[in-house]
Design a protein around this ligand. Structure first.
Ligand code: BG6
Length: 495
């Protein structure tokens, strides 16, 4: 198996023949990647003869590894674990113990792959290994025609460090062969945003500053940081969630209609949005952003520790961020995008709220709060998927003065029925696309750079303004300052 160490720039090639999971015994592999591949295999979606090779340092037999995978799947599926499907999957599964940063050791991988293989290398490892492993893959000649590489955030901690790692990666694989995963793009409802906006003519004429008052994006988590603090403490909520997932959601809401669903048509539009984001200035950091960190509290009925005690010492890292962002272009001039994310909040909830403007002149007599509400489109991503539109309706009564009530048009049941009851792991979609060489749902280098550029400006503004995290009790909706941020603008979070 000899391949020149040339960059592979063209992935309009046949499907991959193998998935090679670097860090194959680790958490991401066991919890997400192997289950996702098993589901694809069970549903007959993997190409014929497709193999899965898990690579890790510890020596373990193929059989012992397959047993561990089986146990993880049994635990996940309980009674619905499908034994014959697992056997079909296990027949494709291989395990190789080796040091993946050593090109000599990787020759053994080349032998397993055999001639003419088109491997999809998935680096499910510590980010510090992305560049060394990629270079070893190149030196071992495993980056030839049809080979591709998948990496997941965090790539870098700011624009400079992103560029350093990315340059080394792209010295081995061309841009078309690099698949940067943002797992939010693999979620069904996130893709549904594209369908909602561009398959329904009724929204487009309203999708602008004339009709929309503001947009809210909330990604709330009930989980704390826990054991992940060594990673998290270096990144914080801004870099862990806003730089990637939240900005991707913002892009899908704000982008212009792409000319097609071709990868570059979509990604060109997203990168334009990122480049229109107004940089946060130190002078407005306090008015337009909030950093928070959880202290002890109650999540449900359970006592939850503070971040500081999980971390074992005081830390200046934020576990909560709220930001008021602006997309400076014709469509969105004057429409704020409020972003909010945090750990150890009351519940897990991801949603996008499009708040329309109120009617310009009301002919109805208002009888208190909420009697005459502006239309609102709520796109709920998790835990339940739903798209709902709030409309005003006449409340049935014979009163002389017409009374209004809010009603919601909700797609919950339709979405559930269409999904056939089972929600797919986001990685199923993404792995399948990477196997087939479709990069529409992956982040291009210029997108990642533009996102980092904006995040760097936020971090700089915070540093210059001396903005430290404020405390919020675990189990609440975040610090009061996040509510004040909205109230100052005469608005409120959708809670
Ligand atoms: C990851 C972050 O990218 O996304 C985690 O590193 C976060 O901190 C997770 O918990 C959230 O993903 P999901 O799919 O559970 O919303």
């Amino acid at each position: 198996m000899v391949r020149a160490m040339t960059r592979n720039d063209d992935v309009h090639t046949p499907a991959a023949t193998h998935a090679v999971l670097f860090g194959g015994g680790g958490d991401l592999s066991m919890r997400m990647l192997l289950p996702a591949l098993y589901h694809l295999c069970r549903d007959g979606l993997l190409p014929d003869g497709f193999g899965v090779i898990a690579l890790a340092r510890s020596s373990e037999s193929r059989e012992a590894f397959a047993r561990r995978v089986r146990e993880a799947l049994e635990q996940r599926h309980g009674d619905s674990f499908d034994q014959p499907a697992f056997e079909r999957f296990a027949a494709r599964l291989d395990y190789l113990a080796c040091d993946a940063t050593d090109p000599e050791a990787l020759k053994a991988l080349g032998e397993r792959l055999g001639d003419g293989a088109r491997p999809l290398h998935f680096l499910a490892t510590s980010p510090s290994l992305f560049a060394p492993i990629t270079e070893a893959i190149g030196a071992a000649g495993l980056n030839g025609e049809g080979a591709r590489l998948v990496i997941e955030k965090p790539v870098g901690r700011d624009l400079d460090t992103f560029r350093q790692t990315d340059a080394r990666v792209r010295g081995v694989f061309g841009e078309a062969a690099v698949f940067r995963i943002d797992h939010y793009l693999g979620k069904e409802t996130v893709q549904n945003l594209i369908a909602l906006r561009f398959a329904n003519a009724i929204f487009e004429p309203l999708w602008n500053s004339v009709s929309i008052d503001h947009v809210q994006i909330t990604v709330a988590e009930a989980q704390g940081v826990g054991e992940r603090w060594p990673y998290y403490d270096e990144y914080g909520a801004l870099r862990d969630m806003v730089q990637n997932h939240m900005l991707q959601l913002l892009c899908l809401v704000a982008m212009e209609p792409p000319s097609s669903l071709e990868p570059d048509a979509v990604r060109n539009e997203k990168v334009k949005v990122l480049r229109c984001l107004r940089a946060l200035q130190a002078g407005e950091a306090r008015a337009c952003s909030v950093r928070g960190q959880y202290v002890e509290g109650l999540v449900g009925a359970e006592r939850a520790d503070s971040y500081e005690s999980e971390r074992g010492q005081p830390s200046g890292t934020e576990t909560f961020v709220a930001l008021k962002a602006h997309v400076d272009n014709w469509r969105w001039a004057g429409v704020p995008f409020y972003l909010r994310t945090g750990k150890r909040l009351g519940d897990k909830r991801t949603e996008i709220v499009i708040q329309f403007r109120p009617v310009p002149h009301s002919i109805f007599e208002a009888r208190g709060r909420g009697d005459m509400a502006a239309n609102r489109l709520v796109i709920a991503l998790q835990p339940d998927e739903d798209i709902s539109l709030t409309l005003m309706n006449k409340a049935p009564s014979l009163e002389r003065r017409m009374r209004l009530s809010r009603v919601e048009l909700s797609l919950t049941r339709t979405l559930l029925a269409e999904a056939g009851g089972r929600r797919r792991i986001a990685y199923e979609r993404l792995l399948l696309d990477a196997i087939n060489g479709d990069s529409t749902l992956f982040v291009r280098a210029d997108e990642a750079e533009a996102a980092w550029g904006w995040i760097d400006a936020v971090a700089r503004a915070w540093a210059e303004a001396g903005l430290e995290p404020v405390p919020y009790a675990a189990g609440t909706s975040g610090p009061p300052q996040a509510f004040a941020l909205m109230e100052r603008d005469g608005r409120e979070w959708h809670d």
